[in-house]
Design a protein around this ligand. Structure first.
Ligand SMILES: *[C@@H]1O[C@H](CO)[C@@H](O)[C@H](O)[C@H]1NC(C)=O
Ligand SMILES: *[C@@H]1O[C@H](CO)[C@@H](O)[C@H](O)[C@H]1NC(C)=O
Ligand SMILES: *[C@@H]1O[C@H](CO)[C@@H](O)[C@H](O)[C@H]1NC(C)=O
Ligand SMILES: *[C@@H]1O[C@H](CO)[C@@H](O)[C@H](O)[C@H]1NC(C)=O
Ligand SMILES: *[C@@H]1O[C@H](CO)[C@@H](O)[C@H](O)[C@H]1NC(C)=O
Length: 782
């Protein structure tokens, strides 16, 4: 292959031989190899034994502190008291003695692995230890305008996200907080890696424009700017300047003001943010000429295009995202424009920055700020939560640091204060409950917004959870992380949560927060048309993890470039022709092999006994502990007079029961997708699913004569309506569909999943009684 039409070089002609990093064999751009780094988790992590011993040694100190905290139920982070000061100094020594909690990162899912520590007093109730001690807490921001205005900024720099007063104390905080130390070390390592790479090569791909480029540049800008400010070594400034120059050069996109691809405005917004951060964080080192160049780049390629977008809000390329879009686009686009505008405000003599702030902030309050539903769930998908909350948190944080107010970005929808719950419960030990589309690569996108939300809404448990995640180490975390946080997120954290907003209803249940082999199930119902075109037709869809492996899972995105993939979400829209978006591509029930109805309005209810983990990472599920959730999915189907799907954990969270009580006038087909090797027994009512050495046995309880388990490939039915001309489904290699067919009529399909836990004999498994879903209670299956 001598050129690839999907990639364009500086002259906007297909990328080919002669262009840097072009690979003739694949037709793709070959990235420079990244230097291999050993995991810092491994270097810094504390061996199990030390934690246990420390727990014993420090038990007295910590026990005292914990009981003090426990008797003080309003754990406000402000104010210093005698007990607060004592707690603060013990907190520093304890923090350093314990270090970073996880001992390693799971290689497949990148989840933190916690030491097995029984009876330790170290992992106590999540709290922000009240302190003014600069060694463990941020000072109060000296900039407290009595009457904040969007266009009046603090007078010192930086003003975006990381004000000067925070840089001043950061070295002290790094010295006393193992997490800040770990983040700082990692950012230095990342910046060093990026330093040796060529500037990001322009790569216009039809589906995501230059979004990957934009986010990669932003990631580098943040790292270079951070390391410069921590070292005063101007080599970082020079390298950053090279990166900025590249992104406005003739090699990078068209040679007019559409260089940053405003027809896919996310790209424009992320580059505007990147340039804004560079301008603001290094304001004192850039020459006047450099500042003038960056400002004019921000205005020409970013802010002016924003003004054009706002005056074309009916245009499906340019400005649609300004109008009634409660999702990641509104957050990222408004966020990027806002960062760019705040950066140059005061230096910009054209007034474009003021004009943009007059547009973005109110628009984001109406749209972006409503992108989480009332229970904290992201309205799009669990993956899009990363993009949306990153845009939202950057915008909120930049406004607060630069102007002294969030102007409603955080306060107009208090449900952002619950988004940390969404984040925590949507992660299973076999990865994310990744329903719907997964989105493009993340680069500078992380879940670190919950560090900001946890601090702002006073939820220390979010902060404690997120600081252990693989994406925590990055520059924003250095400023959003509140180092006065103390305790362990799992202490007193309920194993289950029921998310009740009908738009986004779903539930999550598990057997442990800290055992990577825990049993986990999550199931969703909710609207099928409020997710900005990123959802599937998947009411009743669920995932199951056991043994640190996803046993029943999701297929993910279709090809964003396929014809009419984003055509809309009416029932007859082409999106619903693609297997991965159809109901048959989900872990759902089909009736007459048809898609679910986009008009679905399911209702759901459930109960949990609120079992919470204690301070130990080793957790024994108490006898009888359970939760269940039942969704009424009648409205999701044609040919159905009633249909409820319920899921519950039984036998002290060692087994899962999934039950479908349905009356349908057409044939019924139950389906799940699994990476397991599946063997069906001769009776056809039981099957063994194996992934590696791990086994889950599934059995139909009380089957009617026609209910038999069969298996097949994850492909469309031969009698499905045709795909758009020339289109194909994404292949699903290694995935097996397990099916149960049932005739039309009134059926109760009860499937029991028995993970074959080590040391558990067949007599230890329970066979639950048959109970109609309407009669399910917490004790109905004891
Ligand atoms: C940040 O990390 C770098 C690289 O490990 C290190 O040299 C530097 O001293 C750290 N900064 C502080 C304040 O500890
Ligand atoms: C930063 O470096 C760490 C440690 O090598 C690595 O795991 C991580 O993927 C890097 N992050 C980015 C964004 O490059
Ligand atoms: C960098 O320079 C600033 C301003 O002169 C100074 O306050 C700071 O201490 C210096 N930092 C380092 C790491 O040298
Ligand atoms: C916003 O979108 C609605 C439909 O959702 C449309 O009726 C309206 O004209 C649009 N407004 C603007 C200013 O484009
Ligand atoms: C198969 O494994 C991959 C990688 O872990 C995962 O992303 C995917 O969801 C799994 N598929 C199913 C159907 O479980």
């Amino acid at each position: 292959m001598s050129s690839n039409p999907n990639y364009h070089n500086a002259n906007n002609t297909p990328y080919g031989s002669g262009d840097p990093y072009y690979s003739a064999s694949t037709g793709y751009i070959t990235p420079m190899p990244m230097k291999k780094r050993t995991s810092n988790w491994l270097k810094i992590g504390v061996p199990v034994l030390i934690v246990v011993i420390l727990g014993a040694v420090l038990g007295g100190v910590l026990g005292t502190r914990a009981s003090k905290k426990n008797s003080d139920s309003s754990s406000s982070a402000q104010g210093d008291t005698a007990s607060g000061a004592a707690a603060a100094s013990s907190a520093v020594s304890v923090k350093n003695a314990i270090g970073v909690f996880p001992t390693a990162t799971n290689s497949q899912y990148l989840l933190p692995i916690y030491p097995s520590a029984t009876n330790t007093a170290a992992f106590t109730k999540p709290t922000f230890v009240p302190s003014n001690n600069a060694a463990i807490a941020w000072p109060k921001d000296p900039f407290q305008p009595s009457n904040p205005s969007k266009t009046t900024t603090r007078t010192d720099r930086p003003r975006i996200i990381a004000p000067a007063y925070k840089w001043e104390v950061l070295p002290n905080l790094i010295a006393s907080d193992p997490y800040l130390k770990f983040f700082n070390d990692t950012i230095f390592g990342n910046a060093t890696d990026y330093y040796g790479l060529q500037p990001v090569v322009y790569n216009l791909d039809g589906g995501n424009g230059i979004l990957d480029n934009a986010r990669e540049i932003k990631e580098r800008v943040k790292a270079f700017s951070y390391v410069y400010r921590m070292t005063n070594d101007t080599k970082w400034v020079d390298r950053l300047w090279t990166e900025l120059q590249n992104a406005v050069s003739d090699k990078f996109g068209p040679t007019d003001d559409t260089k940053w691809n405003p027809s896919h405005f996310l790209d424009t917004a992320e580059l505007t943010a990147a340039f804004g951060i560079a301008y603001d964080w290094l304001h004192d080192i850039w020459s006047d000429d450099q500042k003038s160049t960056i400002r004019s780049n921000i205005i020409t390629f970013g802010l002016n295009r924003g003004v054009i977008a706002y005056s074309n809000s009916d245009n499906k390329f340019t400005g649609w995202w300004t109008n009634n879009t409660r999702g990641n686009w509104n957050c990222v686009c408004n966020g990027g424009l806002t960062l760019g505008a705040l950066a140059i405000l005061g230096d910009d003599t054209t007034n474009t920055a003021e004009q943009i702030l007059g547009l973005t902030v109110d628009n984001a309050v109406t749209n972006c700020a409503q992108a989480v539903s009332s229970d904290g769930s992201w309205r799009e998908t669990a993956n899009y939560d990363y993009f949306g909350t990153t845009g939202h948190a950057e915008m909120a944080s930049a406004l607060m640091t630069a102007t002294g107010s969030d102007f409603g970005i955080l306060t107009s929808n208090k449900a952002y204060g619950l988004n940390g719950l969404y984040r925590m419960y949507v992660d299973g030990p076999g990865s994310l409950f990744a329903y719907g589309d997964h989105g493009p690569p993340k680069f500078s996108t992380t879940a670190n917004a919950v560090l900001l939300y946890g601090d702002y809404y006073n939820h220390p448990e979010y902060v404690l959870f997120q600081r252990d995640q693989h994406d925590a180490p990055e520059p924003w975390s250095m400023f959003w992380y509140n180092p006065s946080v103390s305790g362990a997120f799992w202490d007193n954290m309920p194993l289950d949560h029921i998310f009740e907003d009908p738009d986004t209803a779903w539930t999550s249940m598990r057997s442990s927060w800290t055992d990577q082999n825990a049993l986990y199930v999550a199931m969703k119902a909710g609207s099928l048309h409020l997710a900005q075109n990123h959802n599937d037709l998947d009411d009743g869809d669920f995932v199951m993890d056991a043994f640190g492996t996803r046993f029943i899972g999701e297929l993910g995105s279709g090809d964003y470039l396929s014809t009419n993939y984003f055509s809309g979400d009416n029932q007859d829209d082409d999106r619903w022709l693609y297997y991965r978006k159809r109901t048959e591509g989900q872990n759902c029930v089909l009736v007459n092999k048809q898609n679910q109805l986009v008009t679905a309005a399911p209702t759901a209810k459930g109960e949990t006994d609120n079992t919470a983990q204690g301070s130990s990472t080793v957790f024994d599920v108490p006898s009888g502990s359970t939760a269940y959730w039942v969704a009424d999915l009648t409205s999701s189907y044609n040919d159905v007079t009633s249909y409820k799907r319920g899921i519950r954990m039984i036998n002290d969270r060692k087994q899962v029961l999934l039950q479908d009580d349905i009356t349908a006038s057409q044939s019924i087909m139950w389906r799940i997708h699994t990476n397991a090797t599946v063997t069906v027994d001769t009776s056809g009512t039981s099957a063994t699913m194996k992934i590696g050495d791990s086994t889950v046995v599934m059995t139909i309880l009380n089957p009617t004569s026609e209910m038999k388990i069969t298996t097949g490939d994850a492909v469309r039915f031969s009698d499905d309506p045709a795909l758009p001309t020339g289109q194909v489904d994404q292949p699903n290699p290694g995935v097996t569909v397990v099916m149960i067919n049932a005739d039309a009529g009134t059926k109760s399909i009860q499937v029991l999943f028995n993970p074959q836990w080590e040391g558990m004999s067949s007599s230890d498994f329970k066979t639950p009684p048959s109970v109609a879903l309407d009669q399910w209670t917490l004790t109905s299956h004891n």
